[in-house]
Design a binder for this molecule. Sequence first.
Ligand SMILES: [Zn+2]
Length: 246
Amino acid sequence: MALFAGFSFPAANAQRIPTWPDNKIAVSLSYDDALASQLDNAVPALNKYNFKASFYIVPNSANVQSRMGEWQALASEGHELGNHSLFHPCSASKASREWVSEEQNLDNYTAERAIREVLTANVFLQALDGKTQRTFTPPCFDTQAAQSDFIAPLRAHFIAIKGLDDDNGRSVLWAPSSVTGQQLIDYVKNVPEEVQLINMLFHGVGGDHLSVSVAAHAQLLDYLAANKERYYVDSYINIMNKQTKE
Ligand SMILES: [Zn+2]
């Protein structure tokens, strides 16, 4: 798993080497944090091309409560509601984490509490979409609470955990913000030969934080739609369920 600057992980238990039909490169478009601009801008763009994506929503977000019917509608349209924990805890002790509140500070959690909150988010999501299987994106990709790993015990509860699988360089993950459409396209175009899964992890689209513009996002989708013989775009759960194991 090659990641953009700023994130590095200990190697997880290596197990899967994903491949997809017709030797296509799988592309997972995902949208974290339950942001209004995703409902307003990303969803209409995805639906225009009939691309299915994954939305890692946080039940605690005001946008979940105020627009619950829209999140439910997404799921019924075939998008994935993914788990992104209950309260989005992150370690305040890491660099550029001034925004982490005391209550949200993962450094104050026990691993047991972190696990319990993630599993409680699953119950909430099941109430929204009726599904018992989904994938998880750890907030901030943090893996430790009180110096102990809380990710490993969660593996049994998810089809896959985004960003944490050691797959011999066969996948990449990028969380772009403030980039052009051409930069997004170039990233997809120029992944190393051995890459079979591209994770594009968005936050705001035309608003909110870490955002890309509506135009840049549309340009990427347009490129992917024009190159369907090369790229297989789907929700992360579908991609991981459809992989063929070698
Ligand atoms: Zn997040």
